[in-house]
Design a protein around this ligand. Structure first.
Ligand SMILES: C[S@@+](CC[C@H](N)C(=O)[O-])C[C@H]1O[C@@H](n2cnc3c(N)ncnc32)[C@H](O)[C@@H]1O
Length: 273
């Protein structure tokens, strides 16, 4: 079972060699993986869609990011059985909160007993719903604007940009959003005709999203080759300075103007720690 998962992860992931991925997991990830996450991984291994769970190496760097930004108020879009949700719950403080959104409560309930046993259920507000209306609802309360430290997006690729626009309003300056699967099995770097049929719609959406986010001067980004590719994205411009929500403020991503705004923000102390 382990070898099969390893083989699939190596081919899904970007390293493309089973040995190297195995080395990363065995030398660095497994020795540090908390027991509840191991248990959650075990129960998920029997699920027919087990490969949807967040990759373990991506999970490890996400844990570090959560701690680097002292994340407390967070959002997760795309819970499945809860691997990324549980690692978030274990990483944030006792009074931290996660609004966790998924259309599928059944999958969440597979991991729920382990979440309860780990003593972190009180940090989670699971919302069974399409994610967009929930984000819109959060935005009707002005207190939520600019108040979130962290968000993780691992759901329908067709809505990634819609999530991005809303999350940028919800995140504080200095807050982080991580988008999963932004290398889409490596297909983003292949021609369409080399890409298996199954991957094609996701490939196209991912390429478009990656272009849009690279041109968005409201954020700092890194497309990092963990798991299936994660884009780590930090909000750098406060709304007061963001001249439009079109992504580049109408001024162009490469212009020095946004950098000037960023430094003005910094001077005003608008960056989080
Ligand atoms: C790749 S899985 C998430 C994996 C999860 N992060 C983990 O670590 O196990 C994607 C999830 O997104 C959910 N999803 C898909 N479209 C959605 C939508 N429009 N709104 C909310 N959830 C959605 C699916 O039900 C599925 O559980």
């Amino acid at each position: 079972m382990y070898n099969k998962i390893l083989r699939t992860m190596a081919s899904k992931g970007l390293l493309q060699t089973e040995e190297l991925y195995k080395y990363i997991l065995e030398s660095s990830v497994f020795p540090r993986e908390p027991e509840p996450l191991k248990e959650l991984r075990d129960v998920t291994a029997n699920h027919p869609r087990k490969l949807m769970a967040t990759a373990l190496d991506a999970g490890q760097i996400i844990t570090m990011l959560l701690q680097l930004v002292n994340a407390k108020k967070t959002i997760e879009i795309g819970v499945f059985t809860g691997y990324s949700l549980l690692l978030t719950a274990l990483s944030i403080p006792e009074d931290g909160k996660i609004t966790a959104i998924d259309i599928d409560r059944d999958a969440y309930e597979i991991g729920l007993p382990i979440i309860k046993k780990a003593g972190v259920e009180h940090k989670i507000n699971f919302v069974e719903s399409e994610a967009l209306p929930v984000l819109d609802q959060l935005l009707t309360d002005h207190e939520n604007e600019g108040s979130y430290d962290y968000a993780f997006v691992d759901a329908d690729k067709v809505n990634y940009w819609n999530y991005h626009e809303r999350l940028l309003k919800l995140l504080k300056v200095g807050g982080i959003v991580v988008y999963d699967n932004t290398l889409w099995g490596g297909s983003v770097a292949k021609n369409e005709n080399e890409t298996p049929e199954f991957y094609r719609p996701g490939r196209h959406l991912t390429i478009e999203f990656n272009k849009q986010i690279a041109a968005d001067s409201r954020v700092q980004i890194s497309l990092a080759p963990f798991g299936d590719g994660i884009t780590i994205c930090k909000r750098i411009i406060s709304r007061a300075f963001s001249l439009s929500s079109s992504g580049d403020g109408g001024l162009g991503a490469s212009g020095g103007y946004s950098i000037l705004l960023w430094s003005l923000d910094n001077r005003k102390g608008a960056m989080s720690p």
